[in-house]
Design a protein around this ligand. Structure first.
Ligand SMILES: *Cc1c(COP(=O)(O)O)cnc(C)c1O
Length: 406
């Protein structure tokens, strides 16, 4: 087996029906059987390679699943219609009414809202903890705790989770560590570091073209089959199924993920170093000033860098909004949520993607009003981008002219 995840993805070859270099796209919701017995066995989950109904599995979804398992180094992977479809299925599968979850408090807004509000209906409670404080993580575990949940690099504050240490705590208590690796595909391999289940929003870097939403659960065969069980699987029964046509297009995009991640990271590293030198409050795990810098270094694959996301705190929401509007006017990127696009995307998370989090809680997390989250694009001449961004900041007095060496 190839040592590198990128080569493991490229080594997969599933030819199309007529020898096409890409696998054929399955264009059917249902499949015929030559014998009634095989149909029965397939229902029971016994017949590998047989397809029953496309909510259960389809050839195109299995091909994409194979690539995701190759990416994360897990036994297998299931794909879903969105990242939230993957995350909610995992949580519903692992928890019964009355159970408890220990989760990082700095997570994607949708996941936070699901854990904080939605699953109350099932009397499932969550303790939100500072994931970098291992003692508080362990102290939060109680008898009904069914999982530890975190993001390898968190949204939007870019906290780095110590996956090895967290997996040791999980193992000690006999519960799974579930890691959302959306921000750091290829650079961090949570399963290799001890995570039991890895979830993704494919919508972001993995697909990279901002043309669809999709998700994945990477884990053991046992868990992924349980998710698909026709009688009790949360994946199968909650019905968040990815369409085959989309699975096929995401698979094609995944083959360039390694090149894109290198460029996203290179550009984000370049800009974060320059803007920090200019005196701005920049948060990027690739900066030695970042509290998770050494930890990230110790658990990443260096050539993919520290990722494409950085934040800059420009002091106030008014300044943040003015800067984002000006940068969009100058064609430096788009004022939009989401990430992983070829074009730089920026948003103020406090009022957008993290707006599910109450204002007081945003404050204790360090999520300030003037924070802009950047998903740095694939600009080829990043010096030019830096010069143009700096001009926008000078115009709005975000950078003082006397502080900048022109
Ligand atoms: C976007 C995102 C999600 C949700 O994924 P969708 O595809 O939008 O459902 C989950 N986790 C993280 C870290 C994300 O950035």
């Amino acid at each position: 087996m190839a040592h590198k995840a990128s080569d493991r993805i490229l080594d997969l070859h599933n030819f199309g029906e007529f020898g096409g270099v890409n696998p054929s796209i399955s264009d059917s919701s249902t499949y015929t059987f030559l014998s009634a017995k095989t149909m029965f066995d397939t229902f029971e989950g016994n017949t590998e390679g047989c397809y029953l109904y496309s909510r259960h599995s389809s050839p195109s979804n299995l091909y994409l699943g194979e690539a995701l398992a190759a990416l994360e180094g897990t036994e297998t992977a299931n794909v879903t219609a969105s990242g939230m479809g993957a995350i909610t299925a995992v949580i519903m599968q692992l928890c019964n009414a009355g159970d408890h979850i220990v989760s990082s408090r700095t997570i994607y807004g949708g996941t936070y809202a699901f854990l904080k509000n939605f699953i109350k209906k099932y009397n499932i409670s969550t303790s939100f903890v500072d994931i970098t404080d291992l003692e508080s993580v362990e102290n939060a575990i109680k008898s009904g705790t069914k999982m530890i949940y975190c993001e390898s690099v968190s949204n939007p504050l870019l906290e780095v989770a110590d996956i090895k240490a967290l997996s040791r705590i999980a193992d000690k208590h006999g519960i799974p560590l579930v890691v959302d690796n959306t921000f750091s595909p290829l650079s961090i391999a949570p399963a290799k570091l001890g995570a039991h289940i890895v979830v993704h929003s494919l919508t972001k870097f993995i697909n990279g073209t901002s043309d669809c939403v999709a998700g994945a659960v990477c884990g053991t065969k046992e868990f992924c089959l349980a998710l698909k069980d026709v009688n009790s699987g949360a994946g199968m029964l909650l019905g968040s199924t990815l369409d085959s046509l989309r699975a096929a297009s995401i698979l094609k995009n995944m083959r360039t993920l390694h090149i894109r991640m290198q460029k996203h990271s290179f550009n984000a590293q370049f800009l974060s170093e320059r803007f920090e030198e200019d005196g701005l409050r920049v948060v990027y795990p690739g900066l030695p000033s970042h509290s998770g810098h050494e930890l990230m270094k110790s658990q990443m694959v260096p050539e993919y860098g520290f990722g494409g996301i950085m934040t800059i705190d420009v002091g106030s929401l008014e300044k943040a909004n003015a800067l984002m509007e000006l940068m969009q006017k100058e064609n430096l990127g788009y004022l939009a949520v989401s990430l992983g696009f070829y074009k730089t995307l920026f948003s103020a998370p406090g009022t957008s993607t993290s707006s599910e989090i109450p204002v007081e809680e945003q404050e204790t997390m360090g999520l300030s009003d003037g924070l802009i989250r950047f998903s740095i694009g694939l600009d080829d001449d990043i010096q030019r981008t830096y010069d143009m961004m700096k001009n926008c900041m000078l115009k709005l007095d975000i950078l003082a002219r006397d502080k900048v060496v022109l």
